[in-house]
Each structure stands twice: as structure tokens, then as C-alpha cells.
Design a protein around this ligand. Structure first.
Ligand SMILES: Cc1cc2nc3c(=O)[nH]c(=O)nc-3n(C[C@H](O)[C@H](O)[C@H](O)COP(=O)(O)O)c2cc1C
Length: 205
């Protein structure tokens, strides 16, 4: 059985392409393996931005933490626990101003935790999460996989870097791109995404 963590982050609710396709991937993996899906819908329920209580609390010995620090650290720990418990992680991210949505950034700010999910060693930074498969669905109004906008895809580059930084290097990127270029481009984008997902799931079979 494969435990699946589905992390969606679009603020656009049912209109979201990244949520739709991330959910499709999670459902297919679940149907195939009988695995359970744990959902973390950051678009519906945003995490707080990290605060001094979290930053100071996570380095303070547990018995010395203030109630506020304990609450902040416990929240981050519960998010790390979800990641740890998963065999496969499916993430949906829809580009906002050339990067991921702030909802997803807040999730990474909680789980990117020195001594817990990464550490600095003699040879530099080291991810501490055990490697596991990640499907990263990135939705963008424009086209970023090629062409003049490719250098500005800070969403995919940032997310793949950060995942690798905490130890998650086995990443399949699925793009939904060009949906705002024209109606024809939107139709082609959806067809392309469906084909990318089929191919990714076949590789995983
Ligand atoms: C506030 C806002 C900012 C956006 N910024 C960009 C952008 O910088 N580049 C881009 O190609 N598309 C941009 N878009 C379009 C979204 O990336 C596109 O609609 C995508 O499908 C959103 O993901 P979602 O469908 O999962 O919500 C933006 C959309 C919104 C609402």
C-alpha cells in the first residue's frame, strides 16, 4: 500500500488546474495501490506565515518553550509528520507573479527546518528526508518550458530546488502551461498535461 500526501495550494478553488491534475494523479496512484490519500489543501485552509514564535521555538528546548512557541512548533511538526508518513507526495502549484503561491511558500517555510529536514555538514547542505517520489504539478498562464519566458520560471526552479534541499530528489514535473495564451492554447495545454500524466504513471508502474 502506498501512502499518498496530496498538497494543493491554489487560491482559485474549483477553477484550479494544478489542484485538478494533482488530484487526478493522487487518485490514480491510490486506485492502483489501494493507498490512502492524506490531503493538505492550503488553498482552502492557509497556514500562518512563520513567526518569531516558530523561529525561536524550534531551537528552544521543548520544556522552555512558551505556549505560543509550542503551538507554532507543533504545527510545523505535524506538517513534517505528514511528509514523513507519505510514500509519495503530489504537489499542485499555480504560478502567482512568477513564483509559487504564497500558500505553498508558507508550507515550505514550516517544513524546511534545520536539524529536522536538512542540516549543514562538512560538504554543505544535506537533506534529511528519506528520498520519495514527488509529483509536482505546476500551472502557468504563460509558457515557461521553452521560449523567452523560460528564464523566469521561478516557480519550478524554486520548488524543485527546495524539495531537493530537504532530500526529495525524485521529482516528476507535470506542466499545465499556456492556459491564458488563447482558448486553443488552453485546450492544447490540457491535452498535453493529460499525456504527461499518463506517461509519468506508466513510468511508475
Ligand atoms: C494573481 C495572479 C498572478 C498570476 N501570475 C502569473 C505569472 O506571473 N505568470 C503566468 O504565466 N501566469 C500567472 N497567472 C496565471 C496563473 O498562473 C494560471 O491561471 C494558473 O493556472 C494558476 O494555477 P491554478 O489554475 O492552479 O490556480 C497569475 C494568476 C493570478 C490570479
Amino acid at each position: 500500500m502506498t501512502n499518498i500526501l496530496l498538497v494543493t495550494s491554489s487560491p482559485r478553488g474549483p477553477q484550479s488546474h494544478s489542484t485538478r491534475f494533482a488530484r487526478d494523479i493522487a487518485d490514480s496512484l491510490s486506485a492502483r495501490s489501494g493507498g490512502a490519500i492524506v490531503e493538505r489543501d492550503l488553498g482552502a485552509t492557509s497556514l500562518p506565515h512563520i513567526t518569531a514564535a516558530y523561529i525561536d521555538g524550534r531551537i528552544a528546548p521543548p520544556e522552555t518553550r512558551t505556549p505560543e512557541q509550542t503551538e507554532a512548533v507543533d504545527l510545523a511538526q505535524s506538517l513534517v509528520d505528514e511528509v514523513q508518513a507519505a510514500d509519495v507526495i503530489v504537489i499542485g502549484s499555480g504560478m502567482i507573479n512568477f513564483g509559487p503561491p504564497t500558500q505553498l511558500k508558507a508550507w515550505f517555510d514550516h517544513i524546511t527546518w534545520p536539524g529536522v529536514t536538512f542540516r549543514y555538514g562538512a560538504t554543505g547542505p544535506m537533506g534529511l528526508l528519506p528520498n520519495k517520489k514527488v509529483y509536482l504539478v505546476t500551472a502557468t498562464g504563460g509558457v515557461f518550458s521553452e521560449g523567452s519566458y523560460a528564464p523566469f520560471d521561478f516557480q519550478t526552479t524554486y520548488l524543485t530546488h527546495l524539495l531537493g534541499f530537504i532530500g526529495l530528489r525524485d521529482i516528476e514535473v507535470i506542466r499545465v502551461e499556456g492556459t491564458l495564451v488563447s482558448p486553443d492554447a488552453a485546450r492544447a495545454a490540457i491535452a498535453s498535461t493529460e499525456a504527461q500524466i499518463r506517461a509519468a504513471l506508466e513510468r511508475a508502474a
